[in-house]
Ligand binder design. Sequence first.
Ligand code: 2YG
Length: 269
Amino acid sequence: MTRLTEKDLVNLDQLVENLDYKLKNSIDASLVDVASFVAGIPIKTFNEASTKYKIAVIPITSGGGVIGNFSQTVASVPLYLGYDTFITSKTDVSGIAEAIQKKADILFMADDNQFIALNLKTNKIADNGEATAKAYVASLHFHGKGLVNREVLVIGAGIVGGHCVQYLLELGAKVAVYDTDNDKLVNLPSSVTIEKYLSRALPNYQYIIDASPEGSFMDLENLHPDVVISAPGMPLGLTTNTYAALEKRVIHDPLQIGVATMLAIAVSP
Ligand code: 2YG
């Protein structure tokens, strides 16, 4: 999975408030709607959880080390949703101890291999890859007012793309997948269509999930006229002018939608 950089996390238009506003504008659903839908909990339950759980975000120095603004961006989401949230002053094991001493109930922490939210009360673990994938699929579900029998193209069959395929099938969509690496395509369910040539496939799909780590490979003239692109992949697979032209029909953020969904999963009974 792509490792974020501080640069990915400092764009002001990616502030969680702005993202929530953009999400409502493009899919007529909020962060809370999407996160609750994925976690399978009533919106009321998710909102009430903000009075029950204290959130700690723990910077982890392993591997590539702490990413500037990563903990702050993660913490901004539960804060925005009304949760008592803090970033530990210590990192790693000392940070975990500090979080527990300060009575945190849910710990958010990420190394280079996994990003989780751990509910200490229920032992529930929310994984960012799965939560992000489902949140981006759910966004298309809201946009399309359901995905039953809708054809959706998933670009990139890695960890996030794989979870997208599973969830799309669960929601009744007809799924096609493109990946440059054949090894990623062998274990897909037989009902999934494999697209061999991306440039030939792109114009045929109104709904696209960009779960690839490639940037700027999709241009407007080669896309379906009513295309909607839900893009968990970093960097965004659209050229700048295509992103600008499509605006409301692109769902994309570096981190926040996935974090909100991890939180809903972590607090779900
Ligand atoms: O605590 C820190 O600052 C670092 N140890 C965080 C490292 C995170 C590495 N993982 C990623 O950058 C992504 N997999 C995070 C999720 C991206 C979601 N699109």
